[in-house]
Design a protein around this ligand. Structure first.
Ligand SMILES: [Zn+2]
Length: 337
């Protein structure tokens, strides 16, 4: 597993959200260090900043100019919970650069993790919100498409719905977006009937889950929806919006996942990528606000890819959120009928 990061990711400070703290960067890197000590091969790589044109594949140039100016001024805010300082523009560019490097690595046959902050999946074309300035996983997906990957999938297991990623690709026939998230919860989107439009009809796959859901519920979402849809979509690359705020100890999320749950998610996806002969996985860090859970969950993810056994999750029906998602999406996916 290649890990892409830059120490300057620690310099961005969001004065409106102390929980998205600079300490998250060393905590996440400590997770990769732990995985390495436990036997996973980890290659530590630096990343350069993404060029503005690369970010502009996703974001409106006027929005990028606004963010850059606010950052150059040294302070400002994009929304009620998203502030910037003098390092925020650099942090946004570095996070986009790390995500693009992770794509390059995965396409060349080596799984990769882009470890940067702040998170990105709430950022829309011209909107910064939910601690997010720019949308790194969307930048990564566009980068993969520019490199000739015909179809890209983004699976988002952060506890929050990735409204930015969904919006950016809502009408795209090239990018499949799948999300399991706490609902109802911030940011209020991600209902089952949001399925995409136009060429993107059926390519937005939401499984909203009630607070308190644990690994069994997620396993049903994987086995009953995500894995069959991914298999049928047959993407040229699978990106993961890897947040750790669905961990039972997270101060923002209300879910009940354990450290090891993330390892099993990663192992299941790695096995699927092998099965459909997709390249290796590329992970992009999203949220996760309990530092110990961030370290442990990220370590489990890397170990899951490198050493994990794919969990034997069979879908046997049952859970209402998963059944509702299957029924709503069945017109678009033969594997759900
Ligand atoms: Zn989150």
């Amino acid at each position: 597993m290649r890990v892409y990061s830059d120490p300057a990711s620690e310099l961005h400070v969001n004065g409106l959200a102390g929980v998205e703290a600079p300490e998250r960067l060393p905590a996440a890197l400590a997770g990769a260090g732990k995985a390495e000590r436990e036997g996973a091969p980890v290659e530590w790589c630096t990343c350069g900043p993404a060029d503005e044109e690369v970010l502009a594949r996703v974001h409106a140039p006027a929005y990028l100019g606004h963010l850059k100016r606010l950052s150059a001024q040294g302070a400002g805010f994009l929304s009620m919970d998203t502030g910037v300082n003098e390092h925020s523009w650099e942090a946004a560019c570095l996070a986009g650069g790390a995500a693009c490097s992770a794509v390059e690595s995965a396409l060349s046959g080596e799984a990769a993790f882009a470890i940067a902050r702040p998170p990105g999946h709430h950022a829309g074309t011209a909107t910064g919100m939910g601690f997010c300035l720019t949308n790194h996983v969307a930048v990564a997906a566009k980068h993969a498409l520019s490199r000739g990957a015909g179809r890209v999938a983004v699976l988002d297991w952060d506890v929050h719905h990735g409204n930015g990623t969904q919006d950016i690709f809502y009408e795209s026939g090239e990018v499949l977006y799948l999300s399991a998230h706490q609902s109802p919860f911030y940011p209020g989107t991600g209902w089952t009937d949001e399925v995409g439009e136009g060429e993107g009809a059926g390519l937005t796959v939401n499984v909203p889950l009630p607070a308190g859901s644990g690994e069994e519920v997620y396993a049903a979402a994987f086995a009953g929806v995500f894995l069959p849809v991914l298999r049928e979509f047959d993407p040229a690359l699978i990106l993961i919006s890897a947040g750790y705020d669905a961990h039972r100890n997270d101060p923002l999320g209300g879910m009940s996942l354990e450290d090891a749950s993330f390892g099993r998610f990663a192992a299941a996806l790695a096995a699927l990528a092998r099965e459909i002969e997709a390249p290796q996985l590329a992970f992009v860090l999203e949220g996760g606000y309990n530092l110990a859970a961030l370290t442990e969950g990220l370590a489990a993810t890397i170990l899951g890819v490198e050493q994990g056994q794919s969990p034997a999750w069979e879908y046997a029906g049952g859970g209402r959120p998963v059944e509702t998602a299957r029924k709503t999406l069945a017109p678009f996916w033969e594997s759900l009928r």
